[in-house]
Design a protein around this ligand. Sequence first.
Ligand SMILES: [Zn+2]
Length: 347
Amino acid sequence: MQTINLDDLKNELEKISQVAKDDFNENLTLKNSNQIKAKYLGNKSQITSFKRYMKDLNPEDKPALGKIINQTQAQIEEIFKTKLEELKLKDLQQKLDSEKIDVSLPSQNSKSGFIHPLDQVTQEISQIFKELGFSLVDGPELENTYYNFTALNTEEDHPARDEQDTFYTELSNEILLRSHTSSIQIRAMEKLQPPFRIIGHGRVYRNEEVNARKMPFFHQLEIMMVDENVNFGHMKWFLNEFLSRFFGKNIPTRLRPDYFPFTEPSAELDAECVFCKGKGCNTCGGKGWLELMGCGMIDPNVLEMAGINSNKYSGFAAGLGLERFTMLKHKINDIRLLFSGDQRLYS
Ligand SMILES: [Zn+2]
């Protein structure tokens, strides 16, 4: 049997190792790195092929050859990795140098953000009432049945309390997502001493099927004034004044009798359609009038429940849908668009 000298193999491996190093230094690029790696470190590489000499070695030299092959491979791999890292870094640096960004240049296509139309309208309405002497109050979205119904004079069997209309929570059958912002008024009345003028606004929840006019959540704004001798005429003046400031012109309004548990008498305030000036169009459904808000004189029971002497004080309350006013102001015909996040709607 022909024997092979281990030292000869060692020398051969060293030579290959040197060739590999030279090859890496001279020829390695990011493009050919896989090919070159396979050439020296793959299953069919020259170094791996040295394993075939095992059978010709003296038995005591076999482990030594295995060790040398592995060491040589590890060395070459280490050098390969280092070289490749250098190339990657160099490449990155070149890219950074060639793609320098001058942050002082004006941008080309950037659009600055803007306040959502619903928030714009909310702020605008709040500002108008602020100028009319009203202050802003707040209340929780997660409400209890007392503030949402009972304190607002809503009978125990009123359909609004029904689970089909209101979102109750699993916390308790007393805790619900508020179905209107009128609960804010009750909370404020408990804390404030008349006279006061307040507004409050926020998100409310009702079990509605989604369509162009309805969503299971929307936003309301409440208006309330309590003082001595407040009457229907005051309410009419404030609401008309608000509407003329909001729409930027005096528009004819009318009050139609309506029913709400917490006001007596109650009314629906309509304004002449701002689009067709009363002639009748799609927005007003051909009526020439737009229903804008519910209002009325606060029921004495509601005042008393909040600890206000109804013999001395009276007040009015009104509530409006902020989506309705936003849609009118921005001529949007589908409520769902307000929550689509599509900026083209407002451009
Ligand atoms: Zn109209």
